[in-house]
Write a protein that binds this ligand. Sequence first.
Ligand code: NDP
Length: 476
Amino acid sequence: MKMQINGKAVEACGGEVFGIKNPATGELIEQVPHGTEEDVVFAVEAASSAFASWASSSPQQRAGVLYRAAEIARQRKDQLAFLLTQEQGKPLVEARNEIEGFAHVLEYYCGLAGNLKGDFIPVPGNGYAFTLKKPLGVCAAIIPWNMPALIMGWKIAPGLISGNTLVLKPASNTPLTNLTLASIFGEAGLPAGVLNVVTGPGEIVGESLVRSPEVRKISFTGEARTGKRVAELAACGMKRVTLELGGSDPMLVCDDADLESAAAGALRGRFYNCGQTCTAVKRLYVFESVAEEFIKKLEAGIKNLKLGNGLDKNTSMGPLNNRTQWEYVKELVAEIKEKDTGKIITGGKVPEFKDSEKGYFFEPTLVSDVPGDSRLLREEVFGPLLPVVTVKGLDEAIGKANNTCYGLGASIWTKNIDRARAGCEQLNAGIIWINQHLKIAPEVPFGGVKESGFGRENGPEALSEYLETKTIMLKT
Ligand code: NDP
């Protein structure tokens, strides 16, 4: 598996490589080039050379290529899902959903190809004006390891359809599915140089890309801390930036909620992808009158989750993706036990099953009696830990939910329209769900407020992130 530059597989300068390991077994799956600054220069030059021709093709021609790529990805869904599970750890069923989501986002933006048009504006006094929508040039897409295929789609679909060329930097833990998907674009007829992929460390490949004078926009998804660094570097070159950063989504369960459905929503919301989703349910605020019953339902649901290698068809939760996250989750739980800062209702340890010691497994864990200053509530916990906090009513729940530096998503579970409306109006987040959590669709704008970032992906909004408005004024 090699980098894709100028539409071709290439070795890194110097020929250095690094290994990609399966997080469930520790086995080496593949090696990829350890990209350098020179590789970034090479990829940006390829993207820059390809720009004029791609930008002058019609949106419908570009849509033709993206449709074909979506079709091929669907045809190879099973192989791609297998590769994604191998490198990321998620159960096969989730990996298949992700590949399906990738194809769907491509198709959605193909459908918007006809929307890439400006406006006509009559101007008082014998004249008129119109606007043109122009692509920006070379754009960089930097993506994380939790949903590498889907997030690749979120960036390259609006970027390519609007006539930009791209250089993609995958996460170093999960570059294989991205590289395979990029090669599919070549098969689909994407001209050489329009989409390039450079693998290698964020500090080298990512930063060189952000610094490159030819790169006009950076779409970054990852941690808030890295996002700040990207924003700082991009500011020096006056570049456009979209930042999709971390979240600590609260879920509010009122006393009139359908508790059965809320419990199912909380379990899926927290433990999907082993808790490694930016919009996972990371804090649960439950009215105290229903808390005991609700916690019992959660506990029963957690006991039904089947932890194991994602390639095993019975698995409903795989391992964490990497050692850093695994150590972090273990440290948080050890601290709770040591300092008595929460009651572990179920889970709380590394599981023991055949070969479990080879992977980054941790039991799905439910913690109650969590104090307000707990790290579980203050930090973005990317793992299978669910803290439950009881509240007296809605005002307290909303106040506590908003007491965070993040603002990605939030959900409120109630049958009462006034409560639902209060949640929509007062919860400070980019996306609010009512009686659901985690549902994301390419048709719907997605992004955060506060330290969860700025700019929007998905929906028609994402197109404007990749287009410049050029105004033409005519005097007649
Ligand atoms: P990181 O911020 O560590 O890495 C994200 C990407 O940035 C990787 O490709 C990484 O490369 C690269 N990178 C690292 N350092 C730099 C740098 N200095 N300059 C440029 N690029 C750099 O995040 P994770 O991969 O750990 O992903 C998890 C995070 O992503 C969580 O916080 C999660 O909430 C967030 N996320 C947000 C989403 C959203 O839409 N809001 C969606 C999904 C995830 P390398 O891998 O080589 O280090």
